[in-house]
Design a binder for this molecule. Structure first.
Ligand code: MN
Length: 335
């Protein structure tokens, strides 16, 4: 069975240098500062992780083979270029990363595909980069690491990005990062800002902002991918619909054209990234059906081999297993 993993991280040298520069100054976002003190700190464990992130050549492919992964859909690791204050420089770093990614895909088309980085700091340039990624670079989607300096894609200034993604049929992978500045204070204690909890709260909030703002009434063909088993949202859909209906009845909010869950079931696809646990997969399949769940390993942050072993061994009918392993990714990303 072919296995495609769709949330697989890499990093460029120029991005690491830009991060170092930001973290050594006083302008870093507070959440990014916390990251700088943990996973970006220059410790031996993190240096090993960095070595894996920096490699998108033959060594990465050998690792994939030993993990049992045939193809990796690569993307710049979180928080990407979104922490830069200088929009032009962010756009430039995204373009450099996309060029490097496209070269790796061209060199190993049977093993690599790629999601483009964009800098939402300049929505018009980001929209042009989506077009370039699609037509000139052969990339198959876009990855955005949730908020950009505390701003979310439902805000009107980002319309060019959503428009380009819809027009070019480029799915947007809404990847987690630490909570935005307005959320962060309550997540500072006990390490809660990190992927233990805060990352999912941030990215599920972002997804809910897209749904509740009527974004999919304006962009009905826009497709959003959420990692980490949908960042919890498959569990919440019933409750969301129920209380949304009450809010509409009491005149608290303007009604959408459809129920919130209908947008989730139509415009979203989720991935298993970081989950090797059957109950959450079963719930997701019950709620979303077999066509909207894709395999992701979240290399190098997770144990990719454990993800593959789970996919092979979890109790599923073989048709569903094949959909999760590769068929859905082939459809969603046009691979
Ligand atoms: Mn990830």
């Amino acid at each position: 069975m072919r296995i495609i993993a769709v949330e697989e991280a890499f990093v460029t040298q120029s991005l690491v240098e830009a991060w170092d520069e930001i973290l050594s100054g006083s302008e870093a976002e507070p959440g990014f500062r916390l990251m700088g003190n943990s996973i970006l700190a220059k410790t031996p464990i993190n240096q090993a992780l960095h070595g894996r992130l920096a490699d998108i050549g033959p060594n990465r492919i050998s690792q994939m083979k030993s993990d049992g992964i045939d193809m990796a859909v690569l993307s710049i690791t979180s928080p990407g270029v979104q922490v830069l204050r200088d929009a032009d420089r962010a756009c430039h770093l995204a373009a450099v990363a996309n060029d490097e990614l496209a070269a790796a895909v061209r060199a190993h088309p049977e093993h690599f595909a790629g999601l483009a980085a964009v800098a939402p700091q300049d929505p018009e340039q980001a929209a042009r980069e989506i077009e370039r990624a699609r037509h000139r670079l052969g990339l198959c989607g876009v990855l955005i690491n949730s908020h950009t300096h505390g701003h979310y894609l439902d805000e009107p200034q980002f319309q060019p990005i959503l428009e380009a993604a819809q027009t070019e049929a480029m799915p947007i992978y809404l990847h987690p990062r630490e909570p935005g500045p307005a959320m962060l204070e309550a997540y500072r204690d006990h390490g809660l800002y990190f992927a233990t909890w805060g990352f999912s709260m941030e990215s599920s909030l972002h997804a809910m902002r897209l749904i509740m703002s009527g974004t999919f009434d304006r962009f009905p063909r826009l497709r959003i991918v959420l990692g980490h088993m949908g960042e919890g949202l498959p569990f919440w859909l019933h409750r969301i619909d129920n209380r949304y209906a009450l809010q509409v009845r009491i005149g608290g909010i303007k009604p959408l054209q459809r129920m919130p869950s209908e947008y989730f079931l139509e415009n979203f696809v989720i991935t298993t990234a970081g989950f090797t646990s059957a109950p959450e997969l079963r719930l997701s399949l019950d709620v979303l059906g077999p066509n909207r769940v894709m395999f992701a390993a979240d290399y190098p942050y997770e144990d990719a081999k454990a993800g593959v072993d789970f996919l092979h061994s979890v109790d599923l009918d073989e048709a569903t297993r094949a959909r999760i392993a590769h068929l859905n990714a082939e459809t969603v990303f046009g691979l």
